[in-house]
Design a binder for this molecule. Structure first.
Ligand code: GLC
Length: 725
């Protein structure tokens, strides 16, 4: 045995050395290359040459870098020097579910499958950087881009972003985690200056980016548009030089958001590596050399030639860019890509199935028996509206997008399906032209007509990807459902009580009808397989297991960001202050005792579960210990299903304000009927620390802590008291 162990030890020694040698040889190669580059060639690598590419060095056979959106699929090819589509015919893709849906699965394994599949498509499209995923924290339900992110909890976002990055980068494509940092709204996003405490910054808004760098080993990060403490994110001394590249040791490339560079000297000195999307100042009429007007082009060249900036500053940028190239387009062993395979559509469907959240199911309204002959009325524009188009840079040109109506038609063959649009979001763009003779009243009457004839009414509504909805560039103006949906739902309920609501959205919405409807399903934006996945769940083919990645407040002012004045949201046009501090999402609801309509981590199932024998491995822990919680989870119902066991922690006597509970572990368990499984959940004791701004470091206080084990942040089944020494 001893001999075997020694051999294994030698082997690891060799492989570690090999790895180190590999890195050393890469670093040496990089240094060699930099020696041969002219200053102009170096600077050309540090900024765009077109809308979505930056220069290589043709003289030396160093390739260009090609980038593409987005987080949910590979965007259609964009023209060289405008936002128009290039008009290709071979750039349709698989549209995967929006990242809120992925977060709602609480299943890191699916996150890896997601990243691998989307990475294969980016590789096939010869993209070296995929501009996603986004992990900005869900602070307000009005933010136009929440659908692209992973919810309100830093721990959930941290756990879900890492496997996605691994999956993408296995293809030799760089993920580009965005938008670093505090881009938590779209209103005034290009300039608003965010002020917040160090505790909120480190405990809420940085963790997912830190996990992306330190565990995900992400190869690129995208700086955000906004300012933080008076400096633009893309060249921010604290965020980039100190935290990202200093404390966290990020060895990749910082790319700007498109047009987010504002100053040459700051960009040079505060860590910007590649400047994209800058609208030049119009000094040049021809687009040909507009790129030479970029902040990091001629202006920086002049500063170096005058000696104001040292050339070594550019060498450091080029070193990072070459390292990204050795990992991507100069990595000869990277795999070829795959586009639109059945496997990719299957992955999209699986994630959609596991991300759908069942919020209400009175008297087992769901599942609906597909064998039963009955009349089902499908009402609502979202039953047929394309959602893969629109929404901004995450828009997709997909091979197919199965609508909810189509999915229901295909699965409920024995039912008599009636359909009425019910309401229209206006003659707006994105995949639909409304016939002008259709007006609100005729749409409403048509809907009420079919509702009165149906056994079951499914209202398919929610938000959409239009401007001021779930869309980049600005925020929603109201928390309530738009386009007269609330009024229509209340009228439908008067003619047919047997009504349920299917919400398609990436944000929480107000639900004045919540007590009157029989069922509510939150189905997110699900991409190509939307209709199939919704029908899978409505029919019972799939037992829903999604959990909310963010709280649904009853009314807007119950949300932390809206509990203060306009400085808290949306800001005064120049500055904004995150006055709720660390109390974001359920941290606010639980600590302030404001009951949410639906809680973070909540989601129903068609079966039921029981947790028993909850134990911790010890009753007191030292900092270097790992808390191990074991329990048994039983499926007490008649059909198979998944449950997500969640562990929240409370520091009973903290010396500072701490949330009533913070998610510190979760695990998804698949169980057959009557099956019991024993599971363990692990929490490194040091993760119970809070960020102490008096020492600017994490601090673990000794004393009593509560471990709260349950199926949502509000449904705690067992509390274990432990001590930290
Ligand atoms: C957009 C978005 C960013 C996107 C980039 C390129 O403004 O903020 O997420 O990747 O520009 O389209």
């Amino acid at each position: 045995m001893k001999k075997l162990l020694f051999v294994i030890f030698l082997l690891t020694l060799v492989s570690t050395n090999q790895l180190l040698a590999q890195n050393n040889s890469m670093d040496n190669k990089i240094k060699e290359i930099i020696k041969q580059l002219t200053l102009k060639e170096k600077l050309d690598m540090c900024h765009a040459q077109s809308k979505f590419s930056s220069k290589g060095v043709a003289r030396l056979g160093i390739p260009e870098i090609w980038m593409s959106d987005g987080p949910h699929g590979v965007r259609a090819e964009i023209a060289w020097d405008s936002w128009q589509h290039a008009g290709w015919t071979n750039d349709s893709c698989t549209a995967f579910p929006a990242l809120t849906c992925l977060a709602a699965t609480f299943n890191p394994k699916l996150s890896y499958k997601y990243g691998k599949a989307i990475g294969e498509e980016a590789r096939y499209r010869k993209k070296d950087i995929l501009l996603g995923p986004g992990v900005n924290i869900y602070r307000t339900p009005l933010n136009g881009r929440n659908f692209e992110y992973m919810g309100e909890d830093p721990y959930l976002a941290s756990k879900m972003v890492v496997p996605y990055i691994h999956g993408v980068q296995e293809n030799g494509v760089a993920a580009c985690v965005k938008h670093y940092v505090l881009n938590n709204q779209e209103h005034w996003r290009d300039h608003i200056n965010v002020e917040l405490s160090d505790r909120a910054l480190y405990e809420i808004y940085l963790p997912a980016f830190k996990a992306a760098v330190q565990e995900g080993k992400v190869w690129s990060i995208m700086g955000a548009y906004n300012q933080v403490r008076g400096q633009y994110c893309c060249h921010n001394e604290l965020l980039v030089n100190k935290i990202l590249k200093g404390d966290w040791g990020f060895d990749g490339v910082l790319v700007t958001d498109w047009g987010a560079t504002h100053d040459t000297k700051e960009a040079a000195l505060f860590g910007l590596d590649i400047e994209m999307g800058t609208g030049t100042d119009g000094l040049t009429s021809s687009l040909k050399n507009a790129y030479d007007n970029y902040f990091m082009a001629n202006p920086l060249l002049k500063m170096i030639q005058s000696g104001e900036i040292d050339e070594s500053v550019v060498d450091e940028k080029v070193e990072r860019i070459l390292r990204l190239m050795f990992r991507t387009n100069m990595n000869s062993s990277r795999p070829n890509g795959i586009m639109n395979s059945q496997e990719h559509f299957d992955v999209a469907r699986e994630i959609a199935q596991e991300g759908i959240v069942l919020l209400k199911n009175e008297a087992n309204f769901f599942p609906i028996d597909p064998e039963k002959v009955q009349t089902i009325a499908i009402i609502g524009e979202n039953a047929t509206k394309m959602m893969t188009v629109g929404g901004g840079s995450s828009e997709l040109k997909t091979i197919h997008e199965i609508s909810p109506l189509e999915g229901i038609h295909k699965r409920f063959k024995n039912a008599n399906i009636l359909h009425a649009m019910g309401y229209a979001s206006g003659p707006s763009v994105y995949g639909r032209v409304i016939d002008s003779k259709l007006n609100a009243d005729s749409l409403k009457n048509e809907a009420l007509e079919i509702a009165s004839k149906a056994d079951i009414v499914l209202f398919v509504g929610g938000l959409n990807k239009n401007h001021h909805q779930d869309c980049e560039g600005d925020d929603r103006k109201h928390f309530s459902l738009p386009f007269g949906q609330d009024d229509l739902i209340s009228r439908i309920l008067k003619v047919n009580k047997n009504t349920a609501v299917i919400l398609i959205s990436g944000n929480a919405v107000e639900m004045p009808w919540v007590d009157q409807v029989k069922g509510i399903v939150q189905t997110w934006y699900l991409g190509s397989e939307t209709g199939h996945a919704i029908a899978d769940v409505l029919s019972g083919d799939v037992n829903p297991s999604g959990k909310l990645p963010f709280s649904f407040p009853v009314k807007l002012e119950d949300n932390a960001a809206h509990a203060f004045d306009e400085l808290s949201y949306p800001g005064d046009g120049t500055n904004q202050e995150y006055k709720e501090d660390i109390l974001v999402g359920y941290r606010w609801h639980d600590t302030k005792k404001i009951k949410p309509l639906y809680a973070f981590g909540f989601g129903l199932s068609y079966t039921s579960f029981q947790i028993q024998n909850v134990k911790s491995n010890k009753i007191s822990y030292k900092k270097e210990d790992t808390i191990i919680i074991s329990c048994e989870i039983k499926n007490t119902g008649k059909i198979k299903g998944n449950e997500v066991i969640q562990v929240y922690v409370n520091d009973v006597k903290a010396s500072v304000l701490r949330p009533l509970k913070e998610l510190k572990a979760f695990k998804k368990v698949k169980l057959n009927p009557k099956e019991t499984k024993s599971i363990t959940l692990k929490i490194p004791t040091k993760e119970l620390a809070f960020f102490d701004d008096s020492i600017m470091d994490w601090k673990l206080e000794s004393g009593q802590y509560k471990l709260m084990i349950g199926m949502s942040s509000q449904d705690i089944k067992k509390i274990i008291s432990v001590k930290v020494k």
